[in-house]
Design a protein around this ligand. Structure first.
Ligand code: ATP
Ligand code: MG
Length: 567
């Protein structure tokens, strides 16, 4: 788009980029990046950063690279690299090939590190990590100098080169920036730049046994790439002076990137930390990173969240400078809104009870016309078989109904969706007194659910023809964490609030025959039961993506706030 036109959804970051474009800062160039560490798969919080960075590049005619911040080979893996790429593409974004890597800059970073050593601005320290951290001081107390801080430039250069050459064991020495151990900001108290790790790296193999810290790599990698607006989350604002310090003391190839921080996305009833995910997956508390209960993009994809709904949600919540938590019901609202418009309607009975229509001819089958999506006439219609023996939802029948129950009961008439009106004439029970079958009669004059005599029936229920039904498994999901804020208080362990009933598998569902062979990932609405997604791996397993009830609208109503309209 034209940078002089106001961008949509103006927020403080867009205002800033707009002003830079207007003032000719960076010669009007806009370049962003999305910089994940390949130590896990992406989650919905990352989606917010992705939409922001790729969105800015798109709106301002700029470039957004994908860059792996791969400075810590101990935690990283190539499978996460490909998984991250796959997730970003799924979300609907592309980047200029090839994917970039912080590790491609290892040699340049090393050269710059030697430059700092030569300027007397970095030194090799023999203290171990614990001692370094103990000597760093606190916000109210200054740190203490390491006894190795006064090494000569020559000695430092020699030791640093020998670190690279592999002469020392892991953690035996580190390289630290020589800034100020009494600096008001503890981040600037001689931060570590390099550590020794004799491990192979997924991109550089055995080329290195010293690895840069994230802090030492981040700003310089941005500078090498030509990033103009280096957007990151709020907790990095205390580190910005350090990144600036590094950039100030180096001979940069081009513009100095401008870091801007925004508040990370948080959602109720979830946790967004790879540490938590690794524990969930590692201890088998969920069925892998793509478990439909996981707030990962692959989990949400498997559950049936459309990428468009996630993008609309991210656009709606926008970016802000202060922390807030969004209700998970808001995300579901966007999912439901998208699926309402796109998902094909089908009938499925999750907890079936048999219904025999006594006055319906034994071998007759009628193929009735049913609408595929009332919101989208272009989806057309399909034929649904109707016969003498049907299944209905067992909860749609009550032997002794209370006043407000309008569905099927002895002597009561209801409408079968797309079919006829039926009346319950009798009930068959097993030896334990459990209802196992309903005997009903139908009114042939009510084809298509019409009532030519104008009589009223209060309830329409869904059904499936028993001889035509296909069997399926349905999985119903609850919140992963029972508490809205699982880590809400200091010292609280989110795992204490893991919901033991977050998934309920219903084995004996009966589905209309159009659902046979539904492909993995197919999204449907089971009428009256919710939106469902066919599992990507197991055929005839349906995940309930989201229920039909708009809980967000209810929350808003209680708070007397307007319900947002999805775009
Ligand atoms: P974790 O702390 O769980 O390891 P991370 O933030 O370190 O996650 P990265 O791979 O470093 O994960 O994140 C890549 C980018 O995504 C960073 O720029 C980060 O700021 C952004 N990001 C991460 N989590 C969120 C979030 N919840 N909301 C918005 N942006 C996020
Ligand atoms: Mg990180």
């Amino acid at each position: 788009m034209n940078p002089s036109a106001p961008p949509p959804n103006v927020d403080f970051i867009r205002e800033r980029v707009q002003a830079d474009a207007h003032d000719g800062t960076f010669n009007g160039r806009v370049q962003t990046r999305f910089p994940p560490e390949p130590n896990g798969y992406l989650h919905i919080g990352h989606a917010k950063a992705i939409c922001l960075n790729f969105g800015l590049a798109e709106e301002f005619g700029g470039v957004c690279n994908l860059r792996m911040d791969d400075t810590n080979p101990m935690a990283e893996d190539e499978s996460f690299v490909t998984g991250i790429e796959e997730d970003i593409r799924w979300l609907g974004f592309t980047w200029p090939a090839p994917t970039k890597y912080a590790s491609s800059a290892f040699e340049q970073l090393y050269i710059w590190a030697e430059e700092l050593v030569t300027k007397g601005l970095a030194y090799v320290d023999d203290l171990d990590a614990e001692t370094i951290s103990a000597q760093r001081g606190t916000f109210s107390e200054p740190g203490h100098d390491s006894p190795f801080r006064s090494r000569s430039i020559e000695e430092n250069l020699d030791l640093f080169r020998r670190m690279r050459a592999g002469e020392f064991v892991d953690s035996e020495k580190v390289l630290r920036a020589k800034i100020d151990m009494a600096h008001a900001n503890p981040v600037l108290r001689d931060p570590v730049m390099y550590r020794i790790r004799h491990v192979a790296h997924h991109q550089t193999g055995d080329a290195w046994c010293i690895y840069p810290t994230y802090d030492w790599a981040h700003g310089q990698t941005d500078a090498i790439e030509g990033v103009t607006h280096s957007i990151c989350t709020l907790e990095f604002d205390v580190r910005r002076p350090l990144y600036d310090w590094y950039l100030d003391h180096l001979d940069l190839p081009g513009d100095r990137p401008q870091q801007i921080e925004f508040a990370r996305l948080k959602l109720t009833h979830t946790m967004m930390s790879k540490r938590i995910f690794l524990k969930l997956v590692g201890e088998g508390l969920v069925d892998g990173w793509d478990d439909p209960r996981m707030p990962t993009l692959r989990g949400m994809r498997r559950l049936g969240y459309p990428a468009a709904a996630i993008r609309a949600f991210c656009a709606h919540v926008g970016v802000a400078k202060n922390y807030s938590v969004n209700e998970i019901e808001l995300l579901e609202h966007f999912v439901r809104d998208e699926l309402n418009r796109t998902a094909t309607r089908r009938m499925a009975v999750l907890n079936p009870i048999r219904v025999v229509i006594e006055n319906y001819p034994d071998d007759q089958v009628e193929w009735l016309e049913a609408i595929n999506n009332p919101e989208d006439p272009s989806q057309g219609t399909r034929k649904v078989p109707f016969s003498k023996v049907l299944y209905i939802e067992s909860e749609d029948f009550m032997q002794d109904p209370p006043k407000q129950f309008y569905r099927l009961a002895p002597g009561r008439e209801v409408r079968l969706r797309y079919a006829y009106l039926i009346t319950c004439a009798g009930v068959i029970k097993d030896a334990d007194g459990q209802v196992v079958e309903l005997r009903c009669t139908y009114d042939p004059a009510t084809a298509g659910g019409a009532t030519p005599d104008g009589r009223k029936v209060k309830s329409t229920i869904h059904w499936v023809s028993a001889p035509h039904a296909v069997a399926g498994e349905v999985r119903l999901y609850g919140r992963l964490f029972t508490e809205a804020y699982p880590d809400g208080e200091e010292g609280r362990d989110p795992f204490d609030f893991l919901n033991p009933d977050s998934v309920i598998a219903v084995g004996g569902a009966k589905l209309e025959p159009a659902l046979a062979d539904a492909p993995g990932g197919a999204l449907v609405q089971f009428e009256r039961m919710g939106y469902f997604c066919v599992d990507a791996r197991s055929p005839m397993v349906f995940h309930r993506t989201v229920g039909l009830k708009d809980e967000w609208a209810n929350i808003q109503k209680r708070a007397q706030k307007p319900v947002p309209k999805a775009k």
